[in-house]
Design a protein around this ligand. Structure first.
Ligand SMILES: N[C@@H](CCC(=O)N[C@@H](CS)C(=O)NCC(=O)O)C(=O)O
Length: 203
């Protein structure tokens, strides 16, 4: 197994799914969390001037979705066949759909833009995501989003649910099946251990 080093800011953000994959697979890795002041000096040494960056034996990989997929393939968390890999990609796409409105809600240029985005997130974006997940869980015969074991889809969902909960702590209350799935993931011993030890960050 190679030597893994994951560099990001001190946040869950785009790095947490990669951290979880490494943790559940017992892979030792350097979890480098840089401060904002360190970034300008480091930026030119990253492939695209952005984090996260994963280094495997010194080879630098950027783009969070490429990093997650690379690790998921490496540790057999990307489905057993093309159908499952596609189903996992569909969950990842649905997670991606959350961020444009969520970002606007947090960083919109005016209060009006932020408030409109927040209404859209509460009334459309979250319900649509949660109803979709509820259907996916109902369709699968196993207690996972895809196939018969924990996959990248479950970890991406889990991390997104933590990030949404920062702003909407009770958002799962209307979706007990999805909440149950989140709780099931949180109870997996290696994940539980990581949640109890990782640095506390807001996002
Ligand atoms: N599409 C990229 C986006 C990465 C990204 O925007 N990273 C932000 C932090 S979340 C960053 O590095 N910002 C600093 C900068 O752009 O200088 C990915 O998914 O990895």
């Amino acid at each position: 197994m190679g030597k893994y080093k994951l560099t990001y800011f001190n946040a869950r953000g785009f790095a947490e799914v990669a951290r979880l994959i490494l943790k559940v697979n017992d892979v030792e890795f350097e979890d480098v969390r840089i401060e904002r002041e360190q970034w300008p000096e480091m930026k030119p040494n990253t492939p695209q001037g952005k984090l996260p960056m994963l280094e495997i034996d010194g080879k630098k990989i950027c783009q969070s979705s490429a990093i997650w997929r690379r690790l998921a393939r490496e540790f057999d968390m990307y489905g057993k066949d093309n159908d499952e890999a596609t189903a996992i990609d569909t969950v990842l796409g649905s997670v991606d759909d959350l961020w444009p409105s969520m970002r606007q809600m947090a960083f919109g240029e005016t209060e009006e833009i932020k408030n409109t985005a927040q209404k859209k997130v509460e009334e459309e974006v979250i319900p649509s995501f949660m109803n979709y997940l509820k259907g996916v869980l109902q369709e699968n015969a196993h207690p996972f989003l895809v196939g018969d074991k924990l996959s990248l889809a479950d970890l991406a969902f889990f991390t997104a649910s933590e990030q949404i909960a920062v702003k909407f702590p009770d958002f799962m209350s209307k979706y007990p099946e999805v909440a149950k799935h989140r709780d099931r993931i949180a109870e997996i011993p290696k994940i539980k251990d990581w949640l109890s030890k990782r640095p506390v960050t807001e996002f």
